[in-house]
Design a protein around this ligand. Structure first.
Ligand code: FAD
Length: 465
């Protein structure tokens, strides 16, 4: 008898995948191909009851638990060694009530699933900017995306959650039910339970929006960023932009001779009428001489998946995250000096423009705390699986050096941009002492034994030194 047939999770209706299973190697991969962990068992759940059964089983057998939503966390927290993975990848249903403008989304859904279902009704909610990213991890860390300056973070659109607690019980929480838990879930990560169902508010969006990137030569980075700083200071909430410093992707719409050319891109999305959007981005498109201008009317769904192929599953990634208060001349100098020192043409840095509706809620309204920052930045080293350790070493040093050079300007960090070597000090940095303390109290109430710790961990209050 194989070990696989020996593992039976009582009252579990999903699939149990152990090392002998033909799908084991696929099931244990994370988006980041550099993550290589071997869980003892992967419990691929089909229902909330399966999740509860898997949690109880893990506890009874003293197995460490990892939770897999979309599997995108760069630190690979979705997979653990020797423990049990609660795999939500078969729980991706999305149902939309277009009259009440709400969506019910299962805990393992991807943003592609949400966008597809909601845009059928001309509706959307703020989600991640790569469509193969998971709703679970993005939401629980806060959720930044193209619609945030108009409609708030993903968590600002979260109205109810069904979750399985660390004890294996099922709880529904909202502003009126277990409000402390509901507060903690809106930014506190996967520390408080395994979410089987999210309920989100939706807004009319598109289906056609003005969106897309424009690219300028790397040499003009300082000029572009100084212009950009002024441009966004007057931007309406409808407009959200992301700066990307790296190379021009080898897309078919781009001339071959521009592929992989070092460049600064400003990507936009205007969450409002097309004519207004065209006006809002005109000055940006007319600045200098863009090498490529792909800004224009496009379907929101296409925009949401527009850069999917620049960060595919299986490549190797290493991130350094930081937030910035704003783009001072000194910051611009550091960025221009460091951004193009990467040797891999796939490495890049991204700066998300914050503000708008995100900044209008007070700190403390949700566990996502950093509502006042100007930009959430991620410096992303990328290399191919077949490339050797020399490339890995060079790319990771590039990201670390870039990050170190930003030290005097750093203003916290978005928790979802932390990598595996970012320890407890950086988790505390992400929340600040006030929010961390409050989260630690909620953790002590709902997961006092820190069963759910294979994540960016909040330690229960009693375990804190
Ligand atoms: P997973 O690795 O599956 O989950 C990460 C952790 O979240 C899990 O280990 C678990 O602790 C917790 N978790 C996930 N689902 C659940 C659940 N249902 N219940 C309980 N806990 C759960 N972030 C943004 O905000 N905006 C972006 O636009 C954005 N773009 C990104 C693009 C790419 C290519 C990548 C790789 C990441 C991006 N991120 C973005 C960061 C993203 O928020 C994190 O990587 C996040 O952890 C991904 O969530 P996931 O469910 O895919 O990952």
């Amino acid at each position: 008898m194989t070990a696989q047939t020996m593992i039976r999770i009582p009252r579990f209706g999903g699939e149990v995948i152990t090392p002998q299973h033909r799908e084991y190697d696929d099931a244990r991969t994370a988006w980041n191909g550099a993550v290589d962990r071997r869980p003892a068992v992967i419990a691929r759940c089909r229902s909330t009851a399966d999740v509860a059964a898997a949690v109880r089983f893990a506890r009874e057998h003293d197995l460490e638990i990892a939770v897999r939503g979309g599997g995108h966390n760069v630190a690979g927290t979705a997979v653990c060694d020797a423990g049990l993975v609660i795999d939500l990848s078969a729980m991706r249903d999305v149902s939309v009530d277009p009259v009440r403008r709400v969506a019910l989304v299962q805990g393992g859904a991807l943003w592609a699933d949400v966008d597809h279902a909601t845009q059928a009704h001309g509706l959307a909610t703020t989600g991640g900017i790569v469509s193969h990213t998971g709703v679970g991890g993005v939401t629980l860390g806060g959720g930044i995306g193209w619609l945030m300056r108009k409609h708030g973070l993903t968590v600002d659109n979260l109205v109810e959650v069904e979750l399985v607690t660390a004890e294996g019980g099922v709880v529904r929480t909202s502003a009126d039910a277990h409000p402390d838990l509901f507060w903690a879930l809106r930014g506190g990560g996967g520390n408080f339970g395994v979410v089987s169902l999210f309920r989100f508010t939706l807004h009319p969006v598109g289906p056609i929006v003005v969106a897309g990137p424009a690219f300028w030569a790397a040499e003009s980075t300082r000029d572009v960023l100084r212009f950009y700083r002024d441009f966004i200071s007057n931007a309406p909430d409808e407009l959200t932009t992301v700066v990307r410093l790296g190379t021009i992707p080898p897309w078919p719409v781009v001339d071959d001779d521009l592929h992989f050319r070092p460049a600064i891109a400003v990507a936009s999305c205007y969450a409002g009428p097309v004519a207004e959007g065209q006006r809002a981005v005109r000055a940006l498109r007319e600045f200098g001489a863009p090498l490529v201008d792909l800004v224009g009317p496009t379907s929101y769904v296409d925009h949401q998946s527009g850069i999917d192929d620049t960060v595919p599953h299986g490549w190797h990634y290493y991130w350094k995250g930081t937030s910035l208060a704003g783009l001072s001349d000194a910051v611009i100098d550091v960025v221009a000096d460091h951004a193009y020192r990467a040797t891999s043409p796939r490495s890049y840095a991204a700066m998300f423009q914050m503000g708008g509706a995100v900044a209008r809620l007070p700190r403390g309204a949700t566990a996502y705390p950093a509502r006042g920052v100007g930009h959430n930045m991620s410096i992303d080293a990328v290399w191919l699986p077949e490339q050797d350790d020399t490339v890995r070493a060079k790319e990771t040093s590039w990201a670390r050096d870039f990050y170190d050079a930003l030290e005097p300007h750093r203003a916290g960090v978005y928790v979802n941009f932390l990598d595996a070597d970012d320890g407890e000090d950086r988790v505390r940095e992400a929340y600040g002492d006030d929010t961390y303390r409050r989260l630690a109290e909620v953790k002590a109430k709902y997961d006092p034994d820190n069963v759910l710790h294979h994540n960016k961990n909040i330690r229960p209050r009693a375990q804190e030194q």
